[in-house]
Structures are given as C-alpha cells and as structure tokens.
Design a protein around this ligand. Structure first.
Ligand code: BG6
Length: 505
C-alpha cells in the first residue's frame, strides 16, 4: 500500500486554505506524513481561498502554526515540503473558479505526463460544502470515480433536513465511494483498537453481552471551554458537536456485531445496524433519556473560568448546552435492557475520554459482608485519551492474615508497550484518503441514522429553553440531572480512571 501511494501522482486541493482548520490540523498532519516519508513523490498541494495572499506568506503561516505545536526544526525538510504548495485565489461561489482549478490540474498533469489522483478537501465553513461539490461536478472534476475523491468534515448539517440537503449536493456528481466524511475520533489509535480488542481476542466476545454486562458508560470530558469558537458553538451545542458524531461512533464500535471481514462496507454496515436498533426517544419522554447543562463560573486547575454566557460571541441569555448526557437502549438480542450512558461536556473536572464497561455483580456473595464492604463488580475501561490504554478493574485479596478485598487494576498502556509515536488522527485519516480506504469514514446512511436518533432531543431542547442554565460549575462533572439519569436506573456514572497516581478506587 505504501508504495502504491508513493508512486501515485497526487493533487491535493485544499479549499479554505487560509482558515483555522487548515493551519491547525490539516497542514501539520500532511507535514508529519511527509516527515514519515508517506506522501506521494509527485504531489501538488493546491491551496485555494478567497484571500489575496502570496504563497510565501501562506506557507509562513503554516510554518508558524506547526512551530507552535511541535519542536521540529528541520528547515531543509520544511523547505522541500513547502515547495509542493501552490496558491489559487478563487471565490468558490463562482462557477468560473472551478474551470480555473480544472485548468491548473490539467497543467500539472501535463508536467508530470501522467493522470493524477485528485483529492478535494473542504476545510471551509459548511455553507460552502454544497457550492464546492456542485462546482467541482459542473467543471467535470468529479467524473472519474477512481481518480477523484472529496473530503468533508462535520458539521454535516444542523439537523436531519440540512444534512440531507448537503448530502444531495455531494451525491449529485460524486458517487458514495468517492465521498470521505471525516469523524476524527475514528482516526484515533485507541478508537481503532476497540475492534482489535473485541475481535482479535476470543476471551471478550463470549461475555460481551447482556448476560455479563450491566451497563456501559462513555465519557468524553474536556476542560477547555468554547475558546474562540463562540459563533459556531452557539449554533451547535454539545449534542450536535459531539454526541451526533463522536460519541455515537464510539457506541457503535462497542456494540456492533463481529464483521465477516475487515472490510469497509461490512464494518460500516454492522455499525449502522446498531444505530438502527437504538430505541427511538419519544418527544414526550426526552427528559427520561437526556440531560443538558451549561457551565457557570468555576475553577479549573487553580484558575477561575468564566461562565459560558460571558464567553466571546456568546449570547448572554444563551440556551446552548455545553454538556449533554444520554441514556440509550439497543433493541437486539445482544443488548436488550443494557443501558448505554453517554456524556460529554466542556469545562469539566478533567480532560478524559473513556469507555467503561461494567460487568454484572457476582450472583452470590460468599465472603462475609465486612470483607466485601468495598466490593465492586469488575469493569473494563478503554482509555481513549489522554491516557491511552485498557484497564481491567477487579477484586483481589489484600495480602495479610486478615481477609480483605480491594479493587485492583491490570493495565495495558500504549506508551509503555509500544514506545513509539502514536500518529495523530488526521495523519491516519489523510493517509487513508490517499490510499482510498473508506473504513474509518462515515457513510451517509450512518450519519442520517444518527441525525434521526437525536432529532427529538434537539427539537424539545430548542422549543423549551432550559430554565436552570447555567446549571453546573466549570470544573465539575456536569449537572445533577445527568446523575439522576443514571441513578433512576440504580446505576451511576463510573468515575473516570484518571492517571494511575491520581486514580480513585
Ligand atoms: C471536535 C469538536 O469535533 O472535537 C470540539 O468540534 C472538540 O468541540 C473536539 O473540542 C475534541 O476533539 P479532540 O480530538 O481534541 O478530543
């Protein structure tokens, strides 16, 4: 596969090249791939934007952005990487721009005397997805299924209807096999490893079901606030920003049936089956299945954090949720009646993403009650970030003549085991786009099913502004209503397994 990519002449067209996403994530990931010698030998990085800017200035911007994030100071390598960029100033709402792009691509192919693979990456505001997809098609740039690919990233709409509109524009000229929809969580090593854990070991699958698992809790907590993204976040909120995509993808990986083969469509179909089996949430019962929150002031790592409503570009009476929690039930043989609790929030107590699988309690307690006072059912924790690993928590006897039981950890850590740099999610995903592997990308039916699932919650929340916002302090684990969501079932959110030295049992 590596050689195939290296020998393939490639033109990577970066729409929105002057924007934040390009400088912060896309170009640094391309540079890392370049440093790892994974990029094609004949590569043109065609930056496209409306700004009147010369290539040295744009490249310098990229350089500064990379320097802020890494200590790599290899000027020679940078100069060579930078020499692959060209800039084309264009207004993508004008069809004539796409003809100019097409001309530029043909010129390059003439220079190489070879047909190139063409990748169109939309690092633009979502309002431009449709005009770009349609413009590319109108200029004949979508025509070859093997050669042309288009890459988009969320937000893919604000609701089911707007998603369908974007999708219609994408699929007018491009075939589904040419469309790569990024959910960057799927590019994370720890997320990809969920399939390996489940399906490359025979010991987990027999107990991975309703007979042994009591409930599953997925937490994606951030300590960051909305930073400079107020205008976007005000229209998004935690449910659209995180749950509709990242958290539901994690749930699918935990709950899906084994694929027949490690094959893009098989895996994605199995994930879709999970989404289709999730019990729909009736509008009049949203409060039983979902909780929302918005952060007030509070303390994070010794610094005072301002409340959401005082952040830049945020409405002082905002009804946008910065925290969302959901209880989902999957109606199938494997998972009937096993609750899946999902929560995510900004400005929470710790930056930690993990999946906790809580096994059922032993059917009979043989030890005297005093011995098992702290007894807890075993749980398996898949640590996604910042710790990367897997922890099995189970009861053990403390050494000594007095019989005492305690919860202990068996840990696998990526860092200790592999001692290698973990590639960033965007590196993995960009490389997969170049090699044409869609396994880690979202198919349109998945995205649509995810929108359908959360629509009742979105509607009820927007029609009924939260009377209690802000309802959690920055630096906490979210609002009380999220605790109630689990407590109503006699369950609780499982305390995230923080760093080994700060872990609480
Ligand atoms: C993005 C969201 O998709 O994911 C952000 O828009 C969030 O709000 C980010 O901060 C989290 O991703 P990561 O990889 O930093 O955990």
């Amino acid at each position: 596969m590596d050689n195939h990519i290296k020998n393939q002449c490639t033109i990577f067209v970066l729409f929105g090249a002057c924007g934040d996403l390009s400088a912060r994530l896309i170009v640094p990931a391309l540079f890392n791939l370049y440093q790892d010698e994974k990029l094609p030998e004949n590569l043109l990085l065609l930056a496209v934007d409306r700004e009147d800017i010369e290539i040295p200035e744009l490249v310098d911007r990229f350089r500064r952005s990379i320097a802020e994030r890494s200590d790599s100071r290899d000027d020679v390598r940078w100069q060579h990487f930078a020499s692959m960029f060209a800039y084309l100033q264009a207004d993508v709402t004008q069809i004539e721009s796409f003809h100019r792009i097409a001309e530029r691509l043909s010129e390059q192919e003439k220079t190489w005397d070879a047909a190139a693979q063409r990748i169109f990456y939309m690092a633009t505001p979502p309002g431009l997805f449709s005009p770009i997809a349609l413009g590319l098609g109108a200029a004949g740039l979508a025509a070859s299924q093997d050669q042309a690919r288009i890459v988009v990233e969320k937000p893919l709409g604000r609701d089911l209807k707007s998603f369908q509109e974007i999708n219609e524009a994408l699929t007018t000229h491009f075939d589904e096999t040419q469309i790569f929809r990024i959910d960057h969580f799927l590019g994370k090593e720890t997320v990809q490893n969920i399939l390996a854990l489940r399906f490359a070991n025979s010991i987990f699958e027999p107990i991975w079901n309703r007979r042994y698992i009591d409930h599953v809790a997925i937490t994606v907590a951030e300590t960051l606030g909305v930073e400079r993204r107020g205008p976007y976040y005000e229209r998004a909120g935690a449910l659209r920003d995180m749950v509709q995509n990242h958290l539901l993808q994690l749930l699918c990986l935990v709950a899906m049936e084994p694929p027949v083969a490690y094959d893009a469509d098989d895996i994605r179909s199995k994930k879709l089956d999970v989404l289709r089996a999730i019990r729909p949430i009736p509008s009049d019962r949203v409060h039983e299945f979902a909780a929302r929150g918005q952060y007030g002031t509070g303390w994070i790592s010794g610094s005072k954090a301002t409340e959401y409503r005082h952040e830049a570009d945020v409405d002082p009476h905002s009804n946008t949720e910065t925290f969302a929690a959901l209880k989902l039930l999957i109606d199938n043989w494997r998972w009937q009646d096993v609750p899946f609790y999902l929560r995510t929030g900004k400005r929470m107590a710790a930056a930690v993403s993990e999946i906790s699988i809580r096994f059922q309690d032993v059917p009979h307690h043989s030890f005297p009650a005093s011995v098992g006072l702290n007894s807890q059912p075993a749980r398996l924790v898949i640590q996604i970030q910042p710790e990367e690993g897997i922890v099995l928590k189970f009861m053990a006897k403390e050494p000594g003549s007095t019989l005492r039981l305690r919860l202990v950890d068996m840990r696998f850590s990526y860092q200790q085991t592999f001692n290698a740099r973990t590639p960033g999610a965007y590196e993995t995903l960009l490389w997969d786009v170049m090699s044409g592997d869609p396994t880690l990308f979202m198919r349109s039916d998945q995205v649509e099913a995810a929108w359908k699932l959360i629509m009742p919650i979105l509607d009820v929340w927007s029609d009924n502004p939260a009377p209690d916002f802000p309802n959690y302090s920055a630096g906490s684990w979210g609002p009380a209503s999220a605790e109630v969501l689990a407590a109503r079932d006699g369950k609780s959110w499982l305390t995230p397994t923080l760093r080994p030295d700060t872990d609480e049992h």
